[in-house]
Structure formats: structure tokens, C-alpha cells
Design a binder for this molecule. Structure first.
Ligand SMILES: *Cc1c(COP(=O)(O)O)cnc(C)c1O
Length: 387
């Protein structure tokens, strides 16, 4: 297994599915036309954009006209949030949560500096959000409620369909960052009150640099990118045709593999997690094991540094994470674990393992047999660890 990489960091990014790559390739070679061109060579490409839109709509239980292609999940989050605020300019409040991705949290921080009142709903020890608190935070001055569907660090799933209803009772718009839930749990937007939803291609076995924004039919929308008439005026800029074809194909495959994610991938995750918990004392799961996406586990090991675990795993060819890729490099423990009240001593020693349909049982066994001596070694040199 020495030269081989064991990749269990799929909440950071995923491998492009070979079928996805095959589907996009012709649009980087032969079919390079501009879909807005008058000539047939360019125009023929437009049909493939339409097909991508249908594939996405079908995975989400949406209509193709509700789907806009963007450059990434972050752009989708930004444009959704800014559009919602433009829609209700007299309302000055935003409700979000303490465990959002930086794409939402940091934008909201900036909006706070611009005069918006931003409330971040707290979470409990398991990372859950209390709907009664959400209810109390939203009032008739709330323009927007933005709560993620699934958390990238713990995998926790949030009841966004219910939160959307609560938001609507007060006339607020509801947005959800669904980057970590799409492809992992079934989504059917048709009968929900979700107004805006964000997706990223590279978390879904499509390439980096493509995202989706769902805008419910009838919602007013104020574009973030201003320019040409692409995407029905919702997102200017010449379409990233190859990546649109890719994310369409990835969505089709995600639908096909959904059952596998929730059986085989989930079983591998549960096996890995239970073996680690059994064999390493003073270890526990961060998150709500009753209500998680099937590919993610986040485990806290008392009295050691997560960064040290990662470095030693890396030496053994295992790619994992200590939480969000965006907090790597800073010595602060993750904002998600802090919001959950995970003590510093174990928040620092937390490890996120996020699987995909490409992982195998052999890889899980390799991780287990590699990780156990690493934890023992680090604890042996930890000044805080006592048997
Ligand atoms: C990765 C991620 C994003 C950002 O998506 P990009 O395409 O990398 O911009 C946003 N939200 C969540 C929950 C994510 O995991």
C-alpha cells in the first residue's frame, strides 16, 4: 500500500469520476464554440448546456429554469445571500448559524460591518440547532435565513425544510448551502419552501470551478455578476461549457449511486468509526450520529494535536483533515467544534475522515492499523496524557 494514496478527505474535494471526465473532454477539444454564437459550430454547444441543466434539475426535484451555473459553491452562496438582501432592502436582519462554512460566515461578517444585524444560531454539544431558537431569532425585520443542509466537518444534517417554513412565516427568504448534502442524501425541492440553494461541483465528483445556484420559480433574483445575457440574465460570463457538461453528468451519476452511498459507503464509515472507537481509548465522535450524511466521521482524541496526527497519517499515504480545509494553517481549533463546546483538549485532537464511493474495506483496515500506533506514539510524548 506504500505508493498508494488512501483518500479520505472527500468533504474537501473529490476525484473526478472517469465517466464525468469522458463526458466533458470533447468540449475542451472539438466543441470549443461559444454557445451564444450565431453559427452552428457554437450554437450546437447550447444543447449540451440545456442537458446539464436538466440533469441537475432532475437530481434536485427542480425545474431546469430554476438552475443557474456559477463558478463555485462560494459564488453560489455569495450571490444567493446578496440577491436575497436586495429583494427586501427594508429588512436589515440576517439569521444564520455558528457552524456555517466560511463562504457564508465571512460574508455575513462583512455584511455586519455594513450595518446588517447578523444572528448566528448556536448549536448544542452534538452540533444540533434548536428550532425554537431559530423561531425566536427570526422576526419581520429578517431579510434572510441561511442555514446549511449538512455540515462539512461533522456531517450533521439540519432540518432545512422546516427552517424554510419558519422563515416564510415571518416573510424572510430562505437559503441553504447544500454543498455537503447533494449526492449524499436524497433531495426533492419540489414540495419544500427552500428559495435558494448552493452546490459545488468538486464535492460531487465533477471538477473544481463549477457551481450551481437553485432559485425557486417566482423568486426575484438580483445577479451578482453583471455583463452579458448568459444564464437568462442571472449570471453573466461565457458559460464554462465543459464543466457544465461535467457537473450534469456528475449529478446523473450521484442519483445512480445514492443508494450505494447510503448502504456500502455508510457501512464502511461505520466500520472505520466503530473500530477506532473500540481500539483507542478516550476517543469519541464529534457530531450527531443519529443524523449525519453517510460518508463523514469526526473523531476527537484527547490530549494530542490533530495536526500531528495528520502529518503522520500523511507519511503513511493517508489523506485526512482536522476539520475545514479553510482553518488549516491556523492553530485555532475549528469554529464548528468550538461552537459545539468541544473542550480545547479534544478539539485540538480531532480528525475528520470523509469517504467516497471509491473507498474500500482494505483501505479502512489500513487506516485503522496505521492510526492506532500513531495515537499511542503521540500520547506517549504528550505532556498532558496520563494512562
Ligand atoms: C466546499 C464548500 C463550499 C465552497 O465550495 P467551493 O466550490 O469550493 O467554492 C461551501 N460550502 C460548503 C459546506 C463546502 O463544503
Amino acid at each position: 500500500m506504500n505508493n498508494k494514496i488512501v483518500y479520505v478527505d472527500n468533504n474537501a474535494t473529490t476525484a473526478v469520476d472517469p465517466e464525468v471526465f469522458e463526458a466533458m473532454k470533447p468540449f475542451l477539444t472539438q466543441f470549443y464554440g461559444n454557445p451564444s454564437s450565431i453559427h452552428y459550430f457554437g450554437g450546437q454547444v447550447a444543447a449540451h448546456i440545456a442537458k446539464g441543466r436538466e440533469q441537475i434539475a432532475s437530481l434536485l426535484g427542480a425545474e431546469p429554469s430554476e438552475i443557474t451555473f456559477t463558478s463555485c459553491g462560494t459564488e453560489s452562496d455569495s450571490s444567493a445571500i446578496l440577491s436575497a438582501l436586495n429583494t427586501c432592502p427594508t429588512r436589515r436582519k440576517i439569521v444564520t448559524s455558528k457552524v456555517e462554512h466560511p463562504a457564508v460566515l465571512n460574508l455575513c461578517k462583512q455584511l455586519r460591518n455594513k450595518g446588517y444585524i447578523v444572528s448566528e444560531a448556536p448549536v448544542d454539544k452534538l452540533g444540533r440547532i434548536d428550532l425554537n431558537i431559530i423561531k425566536e431569532l427570526i422576526d419581520t425585520d429578517t431579510a434572510l435565513v441561511s442555514i446549511m443542509w449538512a455540515n462539512n466537518e461533522t456531517g450533521n444534517i439540519y432540518p432545512v425544510e422546516k427552517i424554510a417554513e419558519i422563515a416564510h412565516e415571518k416573510g424572510a427568504i430562505f437559503h441553504t448551502d447544500a454543498v455537503q448534502s447533494v449526492g449524499k442524501i436524497p433531495i426533492n425541492l419540489k414540495n419544500t419552501q427552500i428559495d435558494l440553494l448552493s452546490i459545488s461541483g468538486h464535492k460531487l465528483h465533477a471538477p473544481k470551478g463549477i457551481g450551481i445556484l437553485y432559485v425557486k420559480k417566482g423568486m426575484r433574483f438580483y445577479p451578482f455578476m453583471i455583463g452579458g445575457h448568459q444564464e437568462n440574465g442571472r449570471r453573466a460570463g461565457t458559460e464554462n461549457v465543459a464543466s457544465i457538461v461535467a457537473i450534469g453528468k456528475a449529478a446523473e451519476l450521484a442519483g445512480k449511486h445514492m443508494a450505494f452511498e447510503n448502504s456500502e459507503v455508510k457501512e464502511l464509515r461505520d466500520y472505520l468509526e466503530s473500530q477506532i472507537l473500540k481500539k483507542v481509548k478516550n476517543s469519541r465522535v464529534n457530531g450527531d450520529i443519529e443524523n449525519r450524511v453517510p460518508n463523514t466521521t469526526n473523531i476527537a482524541f484527547d490530549m494530542i494535536e490533530g495536526e500531528a496526527i495528520l502529518l503522520l497519517l500523511d507519511k503513511a499515504g493517508i489523506c485526512a483533515s482536522s476539520g475545514s480545509a479553510c482553518t488549516t494553517g491556523s492553530l485555532e481549533p475549528s469554529h464548528v467544534l468550538r461552537a459545539m463546546g468541544v473542550p480545547y483538549t479534544s478539539a485540538h485532537g480531532s480528525l475528520r475522515l470523509s469517504l467516497s464511493r471509491y473507498n474500500t474495506k482494505e483501505e479502512m483496515d489500513y487506516i485503522i492499523e496505521t492510526l492506532i500506533p500513531i495515537i499511542a506514539k503521540l500520547r506517549a510524548i504528550s505532556p498532558y496524557w496520563k494512562e
